[in-house]
Each structure stands twice: as C-alpha cells, then as structure tokens.
Write a protein that binds this ligand. Structure first.
Ligand code: 13P
Ligand code: SF4
Length: 335
C-alpha cells in the first residue's frame, strides 16, 4: 500500500508519542509507520479487531491493538464485539479461549506460540489423575488447551482461582497445571489440593532474595507479583494477582516506586500509561508472547497461514465452554 508523506508523518508522530516511554526512537517509529498504517487499513476493510495481551511488545500494544488486557478479559471482549475477525496477539491457548466463546468468528493468533503451563499437561494426564483420585473435582487454570479445559469440571483465572476452588462440592480438588499457583492457593483454601507439576518458565525464575535486595535499596517501593510466582515470592510482595490486578493496584496506589515481578510487557504498559511512576528492578521476557511481530499480523490479515487460524472440534469446544460457563456461574462478575 502507498501512503502520502503527510499520512506517514502523522502516523510516526502518533506512534512516537506512545513508544517514546519505552525507549523507542522517532526513527524506529518512522520505520514501522507504513506497516501500522497498512494494518489499520486492512483491519477496517475486513471488520477485524486486534487484541493484545499485556505481555506483547509496545509496537503491537500501542501501534495496532484496539484492546489491551489479560487473557480472559480479552476473550470476553472478542465474544461481545461485533467484529467478524479477531487477531489475538497472545499465545495459542488464549486464541483457543476466544474461539471457545466465539465459534462464529475467525480467530487468528499471528505466531505459533505455546506456553510452558499449557504444554505441561495433556488430556491423558487429566484422565489418569481422575482415576487416581476418583473423589476429587478438577479445576483447570485458564492457561490450558481447549482439550484439557474440556476434560476439567471448572476453569478459573488467576483472579478467581480461590473462589472457584472454594465453590467445588468435593473436599479434594485436582488443580492443574500450575504447581506454584496451587501452592499459593493451598494457603488460602480448606480444600485439599492435588497438584500437577507445570510451571511458568517466566515466573518461576523470580526469587525472594531479589525482592529483599530491592526493598533495602528502595524503602518506599511497592512490589507486585503474578500468582504464578513461588510462594516465598508471593509472601514477600505487597500484592499478588493477575496482570489486570497489578494495573488496577498501580492506578489506585500513590507509591512512586513500583517493582513488577512479572513479564516485561506490564512494565512497558506502566511506563507508558503511568508516567509519574518509577519502575525499579528487572522484569523477565516470555519467549512465547514475544514471538509475534508486526509482519505476522500483516500476514494474518492478508493471507493467513493455516497455523495462524484457531480451529477447535465442536465436541471439544462445547465441553470446554461448559468449564468456562461453570466458572462464570461461580464468579458471575469474572472476579
Ligand atoms: P493473565 O491471565 O493474568 O493475563 O496472565 C496470563 C499469563 O500468561 C501470565 O503469565
Ligand atoms: Fe505461559 Fe508464562 Fe508465558 Fe504466561 S508468561 S504465556 S504462563 S510461559
């Protein structure tokens, strides 16, 4: 597509205004401007929207996305929005969650991107666990494949995991697949949890020693962590929750210094959206989330590769939807 000098300058200015907070230069913004303009044009022509998880790169979040958010919130937006096509910049299981809720829409994830949690467990594993613990209910974290959701009784998110587990009729609950989140939840529920060995390769790397060091260097700092971190980290921070919980906490906190014990995309969001906050400490990159490039989004819009298109067999989709619906029955406001 050909754009005029005026269009390109205007787009460069728009991009730079956002991206400068995350150390992008004006030259970088000028380089991607033709691509973001082309994506915007195709999006309109095709009645498509672009959703970006908060762990995506700033050029995607602020250059082309219509909505930013956490995994479940974006899937809800996908199902409620009148668009015919959803470009979900995230990882495969998140695209599947959107497709479970919106079977009539075309859902595309621009790169083949897994997740160490979702890949840690298969349908056969869930069936074996059920056989070993016939009296237990099964709760799956949303970071699971559609097929594993279909084998579970109820799904949950990091924001509502305790409510969902507490609402199970059984005294014993198999919680899959996040061992560390399970250990954190075990401290908050009377249910006996049976855990799987999955971990998030990003969040399992954080240690309590770093947190102690940061507190010594920055006495007024507020430290926020994702509940996928280990329990010694979670116990040492000021707030542990989902990516959205962290952003809500920052919006209502008057602390100047913030440490984010999570993926770097959230740090980029805070730098861009809360200019008066100062980020301390180091974040970590999710290699799966960071696989998506602007050019992949262009391909998804122009001529999608089969691996970009999310398809789920209808029998699995219906059963997986039941798990999500039961979660909403327990926590109607999607807490
Ligand atoms: P949220 O559901 O909080 O967005 O987290 C998703 C995720 O993959 C965290 O690592
Ligand atoms: Fe999966 Fe961890 Fe990446 Fe989230 S940050 S997508 S849980 S690997």
């Amino acid at each position: 597509m050909i754009f005029t000098d005026g269009q390109l300058t205007q787009e460069t200015n728009r991009l730079y205004d956002k991206l400068k907070h995350t150390h992008w230069s004006r030259e970088d913004a000028a380089l991607i401007a033709p691509m973001t303009l082309e994506i915007a044009t195709l999006k309109k022509e095709q009645n498509a929207i672009i959703l970006a998880h908060s762990y995506q790169t700033p050029d995607i979040m602020y250059g082309v996305a219509d909505f930013l958010g956490d995994s479940y919130m974006l899937s809800k937006i996908a199902s409620e929005h009148p668009a015919e096509k959803i470009i979900f910049c995230s990882v495969h299981f998140m695209g599947e969650t959107a497709k479970i809720l919106s079977p009539e829409k075309v859902v595309l994830v621009p790169a083949v991107a897994g997740c160490s949690l979702a890949e840690s467990i298969t349908v056969e594993d869930v069936r074996k666990l059920r056989k070993q613990h016939p009296d237990a209910g099964v709760v799956c974290y949303v970071n699971t494949s559609a097929a594993v959701k279909a084998e579970s009784d109820v799904c949950c998110t990091s924001a509502n995991v305790v409510n969902v587990i507490d609402a199970m009729p059984q005294d014993e609950v198999i919680f899959i697949p996040d061992k560390l989140m399970g250990q954190n939840v075990q401290k908050l529920t009377k249910k006996k949890l049976i855990l799987w060995h999955g971990t998030c390769i990003v969040h399992e790397m954080f240690t309590v020693d770093t947190i102690k060091e940061i507190r010594m260097q920055h006495p007024g700092v507020k430290i926020l962590a994702h509940t996928e971190c280990n329990s010694s980290v979670v116990d040492a921070v000021d707030m542990a929750g989902s990516t959205s919980d962290m952003l809500r906490y920052i919006a209502s906190s008057d602390a100047d210094e913030i440490m984010l014990v999570t993926e770097c995309g959230i740090t980029d969001r805070v730098k861009t959206e809360f200019e008066n906050k100062h980020i301390v400490g180091a974040c970590s990159l999710c290699p799966y989330m960071k696989k998506i490039m602007l050019r992949d989004i262009l391909v998804a819009l122009k001529n999608p590769r089969p691996d970009q298109i999310i398809e789920i067999p209808e029998d699995i989709r219906l059963k997986a939807k039941q798990s999500l619906d039961r979660m909403l029955d327990i926590v109607p406001k999607n807490k």
